[in-house]
Write a protein that binds this ligand. Sequence first.
Ligand code: BTN
Length: 235
Amino acid sequence: MAKVTTHNWLCLDEVDSTNLYAKRCKVPAGTVLLATRQTAGKGRDGRHFVSREGGMYLSVVRGDDLPIAEAVKYTYAAPLAVWATLAEYGIEASVKWPNDVWVEGAKIAGILIENELSEGRVTRCIVGIGLNVYNDLTEVPCAATGLHMLGVEAEVCEVAKRVVGKLDLYLEMDTQSLLESIRPVTLNIGRMVMLADGTQGVAEDIAADGRLAVRVGQQIRYVAAGDVSLKEELC
Ligand code: BTN
């Protein structure tokens, strides 16, 4: 039977960033921070994440205490939780490696995972998820969509509860099963990608350690997030 995990929910009207708040206030593991809007939402690679009212901005603070090699589980479980939640609302989404979620050529969710390390282990992990629900997307610097735009009139709190419940379930799975779940819904696989050095190749697979396996001629090169972009970049 599926394990039921209890969380303490902390709902904030406005915050700079739920991830920053979790770190600054040393929020204990088991807490979910949910904000109505963020004034300094953090994206990956130091980017700003536009977070107008009406979106779901949450950070789940986990204390699984995993060896570093297993922390890749968060990278797979978080987008799968969003993907599965959207599926429940009848929305067919894809994961853009490593962990964005896209629908019909537009981004619907972004994920920022921040690990705290001690002696080779991830002692605390902040899984930050931003999902567009009915927030204004005009300032978002790439093609974006949200649940209401797709005809789903869901409430932010309800969406958040579903995402967190699914995250718990996916994190119960082992890394191999997570990989097998994410591969078929990853949109990069089979597409042309550009490596940081300008080389082009075809993304063939996601490796066990979470890197993208890219075929360049006869060779397979394994690349980390940040070292590769889709050839026809979407965002
Ligand atoms: C990205 O698309 O680059 C990642 C965006 C991650 C946004 C979420 S919203 C909740 C949490 N708090 C933040 O400041 N960032 C993450």
